[in-house]
Design a protein around this ligand. Structure first.
Ligand code: BJW
Length: 230
């Protein structure tokens, strides 16, 4: 079976990483426009560097590790019975730490920064500041977080739509369905005949488009669901 799994912030919640739209979510302290738009970065780059530096430090802190949901997906791929592609909106690396290999980070990666001139990405495990110069090209070129902000094109869309048009099962885990184009993936997969299953704590914005819903913490309910697969 060909399986496309879309993951959102909810899959990392049980690892201790805050979701975006929860009442204690990141956006509470920062306006979206300030930290997740190119305009916000242009206006106050230091605030944006600081925002991502704090999230990077948290991601790399000893307390953060993959939870049973990340591990269950990695094991599903490793078993080799199904062709699995994980498309994550998350910029953390918890899927990789769990062992997932076939993955697309459609909203970028926190542990990379990108040269504003060449577009080349560089590993970023330390704080990145406005003073850091890109090591790859034009002297003085600035590094920016390798993340997709509102109004920017998500990454690897062609490969994602190709997989959606050819999957038997579309599994959406821990995403609120607020942000496009990811929120439109269920419609796309269904249009090509896939079975669509949502796993979340509660109904997402796109819940009515799914064939089945499993409501509960992904760390618990995902592995139970995967055991029902042929
Ligand atoms: C659990 C759980 C547990 C908790 N177990 N579950 C009008 C209509 C349609 C579209 C648009 C529009 N106006 C503008 C747009 C486009 C715009 C958009 O969608 N805006 C909406 C706000 C309407 N989209 C874009 O701009 C995108 N680009 C684009 O469209 O390109 C084309 C284009 C190009 C040029 C010009 C114009 C268009 C880009 C979107 C980029 C999103 N970026 C962010 C930040 C990334 C970097 C970072 O992390 O800082 O991505 S925003 C943020 O939201 C982040 C997330 O990946 C994304 C999705 O959030 P997610 O993952 O769903 O998290 P939450 O918190 O919302 O939900 C968590 C869920 O988990 C909840 O449901 C919980 O219940 C659940 N949960 N614990 C299971 N234990």
């Amino acid at each position: 079976m060909k399986i496309v799994v879309l993951t959102g912030a909810g899959i990392s919640a049980e690892s201790g990483i805050q979701t975006f739209r929860a009442s204690d979510g990141l956006w509470e302290n920062h306006r979206i426009e300030d930290v997740a738009t190119p305009e916000g970065f242009m206006k106050n780059p230091n605030l944006v560097y600081q925002f991502y530096n704090e999230r990077r430090r948290q991601l790399l802190s000893p307390g953060i590790s993959p939870n049973p949901a990340h591990i269950a997906l990695a094991e599903l791929e490793k078993q080799g019975k199904h062709e699995v592609l994980v498309v994550t909106q998350n910029i953390d690396d918890l899927h990789e730490r769990a062992g997932t290999q076939n993955i697309i980070h459609m909203h970028g990666e926190l542990l990379l920064s990108r040269c504003e001139v060449s577009g080349i990405t560089h590993e970023a495990r330390q704080d990145v500041t406005e003073e850091d110069e890109c090591p790859c090209c034009t002297p003085g070129a600035r590094l920016r977080p390798h993340v997709v902000w509102f109004g920017e094109m998500p990454l690897e869309m062609e490969r994602i739509y190709e997989a959606l048009s050819d999957c038997d099962l579309f599994l959406s885990i821990g995403t609120s369905g607020n942000v496009y184009p990811a929120a439109g993936f269920v419609a796309e997969a269904k249009a090509y005949g896939a079975r669509a299953v949502e796993i979340n704590l509660e109904a997402s914005m796109t819940a009515t488009q799914f064939d089945e819903h499993i409501y509960g913490p992904a760390g618990t309910v995902l592995s139970e669901f995967l055991m029902t697969l042929p």
